[in-house]
Write a protein that binds this ligand. Structure first.
Ligand SMILES: [Zn+2]
Length: 455
């Protein structure tokens, strides 16, 4: 584990300068009559399918801690990521804009310099910001996300045995690192409020089997299927999330703490002959669990309207009464969270790219060469376009939730909305091609291979 260095003053000045020049959508503090929050916590789980959580109807008890969290505030029934890959999706959550604008369109490609972001805006307002991540693709040296946080903790190896045993970190290790940081931070009676983002790599492939949770899930087979192993990963990470929340609640009153829960993307468990995520835009990849809890302020409510991972940053900013940059792509759910109207229904644009750059093939690093699919979702109408191969698929998710009955390319032609989505993404990628990509080191290439992104 490498503890993140504090934001250097040059970087902070650069970010602050951008903020000072930015155009703002002004928001009013919605919490003026109440004590302001002391903590905003974002918990993200890697490759977590919504439909493998009991809160979303799964019949196995995989997720008691997450279910309790999602049942105590807003739970979004139809939330999606913007691109089903870790680094692109998480960069979008943090910067508030889509991959074709922030630049991290594939694992191994960094975001552009001088972007606005949720943590930078909060830091400017006096918040202390920290992240603890356990997916290699989120390394600061690959993504550039570390500069947006005061502390950026990378939890890849276990701390036990004084570092002599260089083994994989677990969800419990991530929880421990995060809670240690909170403990340290709150030691000062004058500690500023804090933003904490914790990202757990489980249940990302390869799906480890967790025998200690198997009996509770009714898994007795000595040679469990991949799908069963995936469920044990979900149950194991759920336990770690529960310990994180319990630890936080012991230190911060729950009515002074906003908790957001999300996955970076889903996971295809064999649907459309595909295991994994990233290379298509079908619902197992795209759909994510999403929720927001603020005890005493946000009443439990299930939201049926479409939401996206891009909505997280503007929602938090508005709940805190902080300005939302005009360029942020998502919508704020702050009013809905406090009992008001949700944002208007939107037609949302999605994108899929190749999984990772390869250090040995410079030409592959061009952002525009990695685009695989674009898609739009308008209520229950979903339309996908494959860039190479030219598949054009149209689905009615209400009648065909498994997306098995696509229309053909000729009937009907791509909609204007889909063509606009394609044009916008392509134009952004073309502009990004002028950015240089850095060469991946050997260790990173090995790690990306282990995660299934490189062959
Ligand atoms: Zn991921």
């Amino acid at each position: 584990m490498r503890a993140g260095a504090p934001l250097d003053s040059a970087t902070r000045r650069r970010l602050t300068g951008v903020l000072a020049l930015g155009l703002w959508v002004t928001t009013s503090p919605v919490s003026a009559a109440h004590d302001p929050p002391k903590a905003v916590v974002i918990v993200t789980i890697d490759a977590l399918r919504a439909d493998r959580l009991s809160a979303y109807g799964y019949d196995r008890p995989t997720s008691p801690a997450v279910d309790a969290l999602l049942g105590a505030g807003l739970r979004f029934e139809w939330a999606r990521t913007v691109e089903p890959l870790t680094s692109p999706a998480m960069a979008s959550m943090i910067t508030g804009i889509e991959p074709h604008r922030h630049g991290a369109t594939r694992n191994g490609l960094a975001i552009r310099d001088e972007l606005e972001s949720l943590p930078a805006i909060m830091a400017d307002a006096g918040w202390t910001t920290a992240a603890f991540v356990s997916n290699w693709t989120l390394k600061d040296s690959l993504t550039g996300l570390g500069a947006h946080f005061d502390t950026y903790g990378e939890v890849f190896t276990r701390r036990r045995w004084f570092g002599l045993l260089n083994s994989e970190a677990t969800a419990d290790d991530v929880t421990a690192e995060a809670l240690d940081w909170v403990e340290d931070h709150l030691r000062s009676p004058a500690a500023p409020p804090f933003l904490l983002w914790v990202h757990y790599v489980e249940p990302h492939a390869p799906y480890r089997f967790h025998p200690e949770v198997a009996p509770r899930l009714g898994i007795t087979d000595k040679d469990p299927t991949r799908s069963d192993r995936y469920d044990t990963e979900v149950a194991a990470v759920d336990r770690a999330v529960g310990e994180l929340l319990t630890g936080l609640e012991a230190r911060v009153p729950s009515d002074r703490m906003i908790v957001v829960f999300a996955a970076d993307h889903g996971e295809s468990l064999g649907e459309h002959d595909y295991w994994g995520h990233g290379r298509n835009l079908y619902e197992p990849n795209l759909r994510i669990p999403l929720g927001l809890r603020w005890a005493g302020r946000v009443a439990p409510r299930v939201i049926d309207r479409q939401a996206t991972i891009l909505d997280i940053a503007p929602t938090i900013l508005e709940l805190l009464g902080l300005p939302i940059p005009e360029g942020f792509a998502g919508a704020s759910w702050a009013a809905a969270a406090l009992g008001g109207e949700p944002p208007a229904e939107r037609i949302l644009c999605y994108q899929a790219h190749k999984g990772a750059v390869h250090g040995e093939h410079d030409a592959d690093r061009r952002r525009s060469k990695g685009l695989l699919w674009v898609g739009v979702v308008d209520g229950q109408r979903k339309e996908l376009l494959q860039i190479k191969g030219s598949a054009h698929e149209l689905f009615d998710l209400a009648r065909d939730p498994r997306e098995t009955a696509a229309s053909s390319l000729d009937d009907p032609p791509p909609s204007p909305e889909l063509l606009t989505c394609l044009g916008t993404v392509s134009e952004g990628l073309g502009a990004l091609d002028r950015l240089a990509a850095h060469r991946l080191d050997d260790e990173t290439v090995e790690q990306l291979k282990a995660l299934g992104y490189l062959e």
